[in-house]
Design a protein around this ligand. Structure first.
Ligand code: GLV
Length: 309
């Protein structure tokens, strides 16, 4: 009986320590040092090498080390029947909320112009500061709901969009189920993408969508890089549909030096820092699920493989 952590690009020392402190007798292996895969009952994954999971013949539980599970679902060696869980952590939710808040407040104060004026020693009261922002949150899962509620609480007009119908007090919610994407896009001038990455949402931030947005809108992408068609964002900036964007996730990370985005002052890139899993909290949650699995109890934050989230 043992646990394997397969997260090649992460320092998982704190996670190992947390799990070890809870499970004194259980062996915890870390990729690539997994001598007896057949003993492993639970794997903890973050961007693991694909087609690797079939080494584990006694797997009972798969845990994502983050909120997203697209890195797991896209692995075709994924055993069927083994439940997959993800991290839903208040700290993760709060840091995502703060990141999006930072973006929207920067849009609100037109910080781009302020930086420009500062560099030229210009004191200018830019009337754009008075503009009213209508923020649309695309994806109303744990993170999206929290962002919507808190942006509303600080005084923004907030709208929501999700695939299935959702209700949030005081927030107008649109859905794909009711074919309301165009209505949603026409109601907002800031789009925040926090959708999970699935076959249905891949490339959703494309020219067709940008063309339906109110001119001079803003974009925040904290979902996944593959939601965005990079060239279409550049076109949307050039043709005035998008005035400014904050991107935290990219089709290729780290963003290559030759990438087009670096040439556009309208795009602010952050290196996937919007919300980073706290390994101690994650370890506690993963351990709780391991305990539940061993006792045949219901697991926490299980994802639906069909839906992809
Ligand atoms: C981060 O990107 C996560 O999915 O937790």
């Amino acid at each position: 009986m043992s646990i394997a952590i397969i997260a090649p690009d992460r320092d998982t020392f704190v996670l190992q320590k947390t799990l070890q402190a809870i499970f004194k007798g259980v062996k915890i292996f870390e990729y690539p040092d997994i001598p007896r895969p057949a003993e492993v009952e639970m794997v903890v994954l973050w961007k693991h090498p694909k087609n690797f999971l079939n080494h584990f013949s006694n797997l009972k539980l798969i845990c994502s080390l983050g909120a997203g599970v697209d890195h797991i679902i896209s692995d075709h060696s994924l055993p069927t029947e083994v439940p997959i869980t993800r991290i839903v952590d208040e700290e993760l939710t709060i840091s995502m909320r703060k990141y999006v808040m930072m973006c929207v407040l920067n849009f609100q104060k037109d910080i781009w112009s302020i930086f420009d004026f500062n560099s030229r020693k210009i004191w200018r009261n830019n009337p754009i500061v008075e503009q009213s922002l209508k923020v649309g949150i695309m994806g109303l899962g744990a993170l999206g709901k929290d962002i919507a509620v808190h942006l509303k609480a600080v005084g923004f007009q907030v709208f929501g969009y999700s695939f299935s119908e959702k209700k949030l007090p005081g927030i107008r919610c649109f859905s794909k189920a009711k074919n309301e994407l165009d209505l949603f896009l026409g109601s907002i001038n800031v789009l925040v993408n926090v959708l999970p990455l699935t076959d249905d949402t891949k490339g959703i931030l494309n020219s067709t969508l940008f063309d339906k947005m109110v001119p001079n809108s803003f974009l925040v992408n904290v979902g996944r890089g593959a939601h965005l068609v990079d060239k279409d964002l550049v076109d949307a900036i050039k043709n005035g549909n998008i005035k400014g964007a904050f991107l935290d996730v990219f089709n290729q990370e780290p963003l290559p030096k030759h990438h087009l985005f670096w040439q556009f002052s309208e795009i602010i890139m952050t290196p996937h820092i919007a919300s980073i899993t706290n390994l101690e909290n994650a370890g506690t949650q993963i351990a709780e699920n391991y305990r539940r699995m061993m006792n045949g109890e219901e697991l926490l934050n299980v994802i639906n493989v069909e839906k992809g989230y």
